[in-house]
Ligand binder design. Structure first.
Ligand code: TRP
Length: 347
């Protein structure tokens, strides 16, 4: 079985349609442009090169939303709509719903014998998340949440995935999955594949307020579904150089969020001009923001339009998800057969 490096840069991977990619997303909210630059853009690139599977991880979403099933349900089709709007092509990539693949839950139980509680408690991703969720968990975290890396290992291995495109923050989960696989193979014989993380090196996109993180709760995110009016309002309130009071004061684009967003959305030539004129005090912030609003809107308009189409045709989205789930389940069943055989449970 493949035991290469733990991670690989997206630039370095060789296209191979016979290899499988598995990634997942928790349906807990609408996608914002941070998701686009961070994850979805690389998934769009990878779907042309590999047999790509995208899991809507509703069971995992419940590990920290068990008290809010409506939220998870409401976001399930919405997240598929977002991804379709961003360019994931259902003819190239397979969307599936975690809760409809019971083999994942079954594998999770088998794998749970192969990982200690102490190891899960040491997982840096889980540790950080538990610290952030004191309000939900109080002093003692649930068995389900502590164990979600085990269930994520089941997600990945059920599909015999070679590559898992994730952000840096997910690396400890891939590492944990690889450990489980090694343990499984050493006890029950070579059965499972050790996956590799694929890093896109996409930077985390800062919020319009300059915060390192973009998020709903922080109120600093631009959503794919935002219309021109909302974009206008958000950009007009973006953080700029606080020392720039008058229009002809020389500006400092490196600390200005409008400039930061120009670099994401505007053509290179425009970005250069914006920077030069700002430093020379030759361009006002309002003019600069208006230009940015236009450029953001240009990029988001086709995405919004595609999204709108799917909003009007939810039955199509439902069908994409159900057809994909059926395809995914066949593969998970094959894995389950192999696993049961290895574990002497093949009655
Ligand atoms: N934990 C991932 C996240 O929060 C989502 C996820 C679920 C996932 N299952 C996965 C990612 C399998 C990669 C592979 O973003």
């Amino acid at each position: 079985m493949e035991t290469d490096n733990e991670k690989i840069d997206i630039k370095d991977i060789v296209p191979d349609k016979s290899k499988r990619i598995l990634t997942g997303i928790r349906p807990t909210g609408h996608l914002h442009i941070g998701h686009y630059f961070g994850a979805a853009r690389s998934w769009c690139e990878l779907q042309d090169k590999f047999d790509t599977f995208i899991e809507v991880a509703d069971v995992q979403a419940l590990t920290d939303n068990f008290n809010n099933p409506q939220k998870v349900k409401d976001n399930t089709l919405q997240i598929v709509m977002d991804l379709l709007a961003l360019g994931i092509d259902p003819n190239k990539a397979t969307f599936f719903l975690q809760s409809m693949v019971p083999e994942i839950a079954e594998l999770t139980i088998f794998y749970s014998n192969l990982v200690t509680i102490a190891r899960l408690q040491r997982n840096p991703t889980v540790k950080t998340e538990i610290a952030q969720k004191k309000e939900l968990f109080g002093e003692s975290v649930t068995y389900g949440f502590l164990g979600y890396p085990v269930s994520q290992a089941a997600d990945i291995t059920a599909f015999d995935a070679t590559y898992v495109p994730v952000g840096e923050d997910q690396l400890p989960l891939i590492e944990q999955c690889r450990e489980i696989v090694r343990k499984f193979n050493s006890i029950y014989g070579d059965t499972l594949r050790e996956p590799m993380a694929v890093l896109s090196n996409a930077p985390r996109i800062k919020g319009l307020d300059g915060n390192e993180k973009m998020g709903k709760s922080l109120g600093n995110a631009l959503y794919l579904s935002d219309d021109l009016d909302i974009i206008r309002q958000k950009v007009m309130n973006a953080k700029t150089d606080p020392e720039r009071i008058k229009k002809d004061d020389p500006g400092h684009p490196d600390i200005c969020m409008v400039n930061y967003y120009h670099n994401l959305f505007s053509p290179e030539e425009e970005c250069k001009a914006v920077c030069e004129e700002c430093k020379a005090g030759a361009r006002g912030c309002v003019q600069c923001k208006k230009q940015l609003i236009e450029n953001i809107n240009l990029k988001l308009e086709p995405i919004r339009e595609r999204r709108h189409y799917y909003e009007e045709h939810p039955e199509e989205v439902q069908k994409i998800l159900m057809d994909g789930t059926e395809r995914a389940r066949k593969i998970a069943k094959e894995t389950m057969e192999k696993v049961k055989e290895a574990m002497m449970l093949n009655y």
